[in-house]
Design a protein around this ligand. Structure first.
Ligand SMILES: Cc1cc2nc3c(=O)[nH]c(=O)nc-3n(C[C@H](O)[C@H](O)[C@H](O)COP(=O)(O)OP(=O)(O)OC[C@H]3O[C@@H](n4cnc5c(N)ncnc54)[C@H](O)[C@@H]3O)c2cc1C
Length: 664
């Protein structure tokens, strides 16, 4: 590492030089820094806007899942089979799927070894369970806060090795060579010193950048990502990094005051779904009027427990995803608010003041019977079946035994993202997107594979860096010569924001406005017309951002740069949706696409819910990629790379290994 002070256009700045800079401090970033160091490259540092920020550290779910090869029991499993499962999700490259399967046990056992409390039996078998899109029982969990445990234990590893952590440093520009073929470093805002113009900006001169900035959470207003996660995908587009499968994200029902997925027992206890006017008046149950019978409604609510993400294949015949459509209809189209009520049973399912469990279908009835929960009210059943679920809300200021729980259909995960090869290196050389910002997944993915992909990708990137990209970064003078124009342009943008310091700030209004647009037009309900007009609006707002922004102090500069990134990200994502529909893509994954020739889920719903499923199977075998240049997006559709048919004869692999021909 080396530090120098330089002066750029009258501003003093520190420049730090490292072989590798890792951006972010989620599970993927921390693992990457730890691995780069372990594999022999000790000139590595972490740069994060906040060590305790991001999704991994601040989220969880009923049983937060980690997906890996089967490591217990008699059921056979293999790396190939697991790769096939990942690949069969559609639009996932085979080499990536194979690497994610191959390294899944290594990545998992590493977490076990550093202290993540995954449960095992007395013989050391890590028992699994079946998660969604999983033909085996490959899933495991350390409880509701698996990803938090991961960050805590990985952070301890980073601290043990004295890997420097630049905490409170927000990346605002990725610096490249003039052809945008190779990354050269980063320009950051020092959030700890925004008032001081001589320490406000900091430069990193790096041979390699591992980019682990998480999902683009901030483009949505309605979201179950933690509030501290915003994302920085747009900065990578701007630096010439390709995007992939950007249309593919997951959405589902979550509480919004405290952000938490309402899966599992929260639905299986059969709460009432209530809607009110915006001011809380006119309270009424609204699901009944859409379902053919109370029994069908109860079964759909129950199934929502297992079938959490919205899935257009589960809408027909009063399926569980019809509920997501009805919640969207109430909240977004009618402008009402929706709540879960655990205090009383759905009124249409009561007889003589008691819940009539005979209305339930076999699956729901048997489950509740086996759980000895055929009694009382939803809150009594929840207390009986999963008391910690009530405690969790209580510890976050919501008492389910007394109050209603406000909900919405929320953005939860981005399956697509930035492009990386099978070593997680992007088309921008020496730049490695890992974790959720890397779009390694396709349309459908097994629950828990996001956390696995983050650990595997960050390990693969570290292996490659330690083996192949070991050179020191260039002399500071050479670095500055190459990046000065990009730095000047970004500081000018900052000066533009700073020129708007006054008595009022509108940065949070801008954020709310852009987020509402995406939640309305680019989330689980989409159309060609709305995607196109929303993309136009995002582009216009991006162009006019400096003029439209007002702030009250330099402290808000970080927020301004985030708004810049989010508008750019949103623009590219909305154009990806538009291009997908223009190419003939229809409803799939976790979204519904308006199709005027399609069917309505129910005759009484408005036209905009008419849809058809993407029936053309070729759509699952081709991947949409995008490159953003000079404000315009160019889209490509490539065939999915098949699962590699590797030569696995031991002597041959050993020979290649001894001749250092594996990492290429
Ligand atoms: C409610 C919920 C439940 C989930 N459940 C599961 C599950 O059961 N199983 C599963 O596999 N996955 C699950 N996921 C997804 C999974 O948790 C995430 O994909 C994963 O934690 C992302 O990890 P990451 O390290 O890539 O990013 P994050 O943990 O989001 O970290 C990103 C980091 O980058 C930093 N950063 C961002 N921008 C900048 C910038 N410009 N400059 C500096 N730093 C920056 C952030 O502050 C943060 O530290 C769930 C997600 C949610 C929201």
């Amino acid at each position: 590492m080396c530090i120098e002070k330089v002066n750029i256009n009258g501003l003093n700045m520190q420049v730090f030089s490292y072989n590798t800079v890792v951006v972010g401090s989620g599970a993927a970033a921390l693992n990457s820094a730890d691995r780069v160091y372990r594999f022999g490259q000790q000139d590595v540092a972490i740069v994060t806007e906040g060590l305790l920020m991001g999704t991994s550290r601040n989220t969880g779910s009923d049983k937060q899942t980690y997906y890996k090869l089967t490591l217990s029991g008699k059921t056979p499993d293999s790396i190939w089979e697991m790769a096939q499962t990942l690949y069969d999700g559609g639009c996932m490259d085979g080499d990536t799927a194979l690497a994610e399967a191959a390294l899944s046990s290594q990545a998992f056992y590493h977490l076990v070894d550093i202290g993540v409390p995954f449960p095992h039996n007395c013989y050391g078998e890590f028992i699994g369970y079946k998660t969604d899109h999983d033909p085996r029982q490959r899933a495991t969990s350390a409880g509701p806060l698996t990803s938090r445990f991961m960050t805590e234990k990985l952070e301890a590893q980073v601290k043990q090795k004295n890997i420097p952590v630049f905490d409170g440093y927000q990346v605002i520009r990725i610096l490249t060579d003039s052809a945008q073929e190779k990354v050269l470093g980063l320009l950051c805002l020092n959030l700890n010193n925004l008032d001081d113009e001589d320490s406000r900006y900091v430069l990193f001169n790096a041979t390699n950048v591992v980019y682990a900035t998480g999902g683009p959470a901030g483009i949505y207003a309605t979201s179950v990502y933690p509030p501290s996660q915003t994302g920085a995908t747009g900065l990578a587009f701007e630096a010439g990094v390709k995007g992939k499968n950007l249309t593919e994200s997951q959405y589902g029902i979550a509480s919004i005051k405290f952000r938490w997925n309402l899966s599992g027992t929260y639905q299986q206890v059969l709460p009432r779904y209530i809607s009110t006017a915006a001011d809380g008046s006119d309270q009424r149950e609204f699901l009944d009027e859409y379902f053919a019978s109370p029994g069908k409604m109860l079964d759909a609510i129950f199934l929502k427990g297992y079938q959490w993400p919205f899935d257009p294949r589960k809408v027909a015949d009063y399926g569980s995803s019809l509920i997501d459509i009805l919640v969207y209809h109430e909240t977004v189209i009618k402008g009402r608010r929706v709540f879960l009520d655990f205090l009383a049973n759905p009124s249409s399912s009561e007889a003589n003041g008691e819940m009539d469990f005979s209305l339930l279908g076999d699956e729901s009835y048997t489950y509740l019977k086996n759980s000895k929960a055929l009694f009382g009210t939803p809150i009594q059943r929840l207390a009986h079946m999963n008391r910690p679920a009530i405690e969790l809300y209580r510890s976050n200021g919501i008492d389910l035994t007394k109050e209603l729980l406000e909900i919405a259909v929320c953005a939860q995960h981005n399956n697509g993202g930035l492009e990386g090869n099978s070593w997680w290196e992007s088309n921008l050389k020496h730049f490695f997107p890992v974790g959720e910002v890397n779009g390694s997944h396709g349309v459908y993915r097994p629950g828990g594979s996001a956390l696995n992909a983050g650990q595997v990708g960050s390990t693969r990137a570290a292996q490659y860096i330690a083996a192949r990209y070991t050179t020191e970064p260039p002399e500071i003078s050479a670095f500055l010569g190459a990046v000065q124009n990009q730095v000047n342009a970004r500081i000018q943008l900052g000066q533009g924001f700073l020129a708007k310091v006054g008595t009022n700030s509108n940065v949070t209004d801008i954020r709310q406005h852009l987020g509402e647009r995406m939640s309305k037009y680019g989330a689980h309900i989409r159309s060609l017309e709305h995607a196109a007009s929303a993309a136009d609006q995002a582009e216009t707002e991006l162009r006019n951002l400096v003029d439209q922004t007002t702030i009250t102090s330099p402290i808000e500069l970080g927020y301004c740069f985030q708004n810049y990134d989010l508008l750019l990200t949103q623009y590219v994502y909305l154009l990806a949706i538009k291009d997908y529909i223009q190419q003939g893509g229809r409803s799939r994954g976790s979204y519904l696409v308006f199709d005027p020739k399609g069917q309505l889920p129910l005759e009484c719903l408005p036209e905009e819910f008419k849809f058809t499923l993407t029936e053309d199977p070729s759509f699952l075998h081709k991947i949409q990629r995008v490159i953003y240049q000079e404000g315009k997006c160019t889209f490509y559709w490539d065939q999915v790379r098949p699962l590699p048919q590797e030569d696995s004869w031991f002597e041959n692999v050993w020979n290649k290994y001894l001749n250092d021909q594996i990492i290429e």
